[in-house]
Design a protein around this ligand. Structure first.
Ligand code: KG4
Ligand code: ZN
Length: 374
């Protein structure tokens, strides 16, 4: 009989539940996104997030069981995100998981959300019929995190060594903030990704040198740390110094108010300079992420690179990693777009490894907003 684990994820703005068998086979994965709620504030509002998790947690878990064609009694364990994340959001999933485990008399397995993102890569690789070789360098890059780890096998789980992380904004946060400055909607990552690709394909961009362009990010000390707030501030000052952008920004705000928020709706409302700025911004972020990650792989001798988190869905990041890593003899693994962003299948997969290690929770388990993996 396979070991079937219900995973529960509520660390930020997605209420998610999934059932995974033996840490590999996804029987169901349900994600209720709160994007429509937070969109008008241009970012996640913690109080609204926890209230929405409360509304969603029961129907989302029911749906995950129903899609897996299982009942509560069929489950072997409950895996729940313990941290890091927003305390109010974490508490909803954690409390629900605790009560469920107690009621069912099944073990509760606490999971680090970041470790979940690493498992997402392995879930995907399993679907494709292979498994990434360890040791690896792992880049976790999302709206809340930009972290680099060295990952070793320590069966049944992993062992992590932190190599670096962002000193200010996360990469996804930079996408979201720049999108807000330019009135491109929320979240900024997917729309900037699509706009940059289409603009490059149609050749409608100004000479990149004429628009705002960004030099390499300079960091004193640890070469595997990141910093993205300077890029965002450069955009802010550039727009302040160039009031000629205001008119098109106002037009895009109006389009967003009317719900026209797709890349195809917004591109016609962007001048060639704006499109060049978007392309330059994306190149700056992508090149910085790829360069530091490849340097970390070279220094540690890891020949495998794992990339996970919401920004791992970015097509330019994927393409750049694939081509540059191949040239260095390293292999890069990404989850699918659905497994890149927050989901509960990755939590159930991580829980399976910890269950095997006998790493189960006691009744005093608490949510940990600043939980680390190394
Ligand atoms: O992992 P995630 O769902 O949530 C956390 O932040 O933990 O990631 C969401 C972030 C947002 O900042 C969003 O703008 C970014 O990931 N994102 C992207 C893309 N898709 C999502 N950034 C760049 N390109 C994308 N295609
Ligand atoms: Zn995440």
């Amino acid at each position: 009989m396979p070991t079937r684990i219900l995973g529960i994820e509520s660390s930020c703005d997605e209420t998610a539940a999934a059932v995974v068998a033996d840490g590999r086979e996804i029987l169901s994965s349900v994600v209720a996104s709160q994007m429509d709620i937070h969109r008008k504030y241009g970012g996640v509002v913690p109080e609204l997030a926890s209230r929405e998790h409360l509304r969603q947690i029961v129907p989302v878990v029911r749906e995950a069981l129903s899609q897996a064609k299982l009942s509560f009694a069929d489950l072997d364990a409950i895996g729940v995100t313990q941290g890091p994340g927003l305390i109010g959001s974490l508490l909803v999933g954690m409390t629900y998981g605790k009560v469920l485990a107690l009621e069912l008399g099944k073990p509760l397995v606490p999971v680090n959300h970041l470790e979940g993102h690493v498992h997402a890569v392995f879930l995907e690789a399993h679907l494709a019929g292979g498994a990434p070789e360890l040791p690896a360098v792992c880049l976790i890059v999302s709206g809340g995190h930009t972290l680099l780890y060295y990952v070793e096998a320590a069966a049944p789980a992993f062992r992590f060594r932190r190599l670096g992380g962002t000193r200010d904004d996360a990469a996804g946060e930079a996408y979201d903030k720049v999108a807000r400055l330019l009135a491109l909607g929320y979240p900024g990552g997917p729309v900037i990704d699509q706009m940059a690709a289409r603009a490059a394909a149609t050749g409608r961009i100004a000479n990149p040198e004429d628009a705002l362009h960004f030099g390499p990010v300079k960091i004193k000390g640890n070469a595997y740390d990141f910093s993205f707030s300077g890029i965002k501030t450069a955009v802010l000052y550039y727009l302040r110094d160039h009031p000629e952008f205001n008119e098109e920004i106002e037009l895009r705000r109006e389009a967003l108010r009317q719900g026209r928020r797709r890349a195809g709706d917004l591109i016609p409302l962007c001048g060639a300079q704006t499109l060049a700025l978007i392309c330059n911004f994306q190149s700056a972020v992508v090149n910085d992420l790829v360069t530091r990650t490849l340097a970390a792989a070279a220094e540690t001798g890891a020949r495998t690179i794992l990339v996970s988190g919401g920004v791992a869905a970015n097509s330019a990041l994927r393409d750049t990693f694939q081509s540059k890593a191949a040239a260095k003899g390293a292999k890069v693994f990404f989850p699918s777009r659905a497994l890149s962003t927050d989901n509960a299948a990755m939590i159930a997969a991580a829980a399976y490894a910890h269950l095997q290690a006998g790493d189960v929770a006691t009744s005093d388990l608490n949510a940990e907003p600043n939980l680390r993996i190394a």
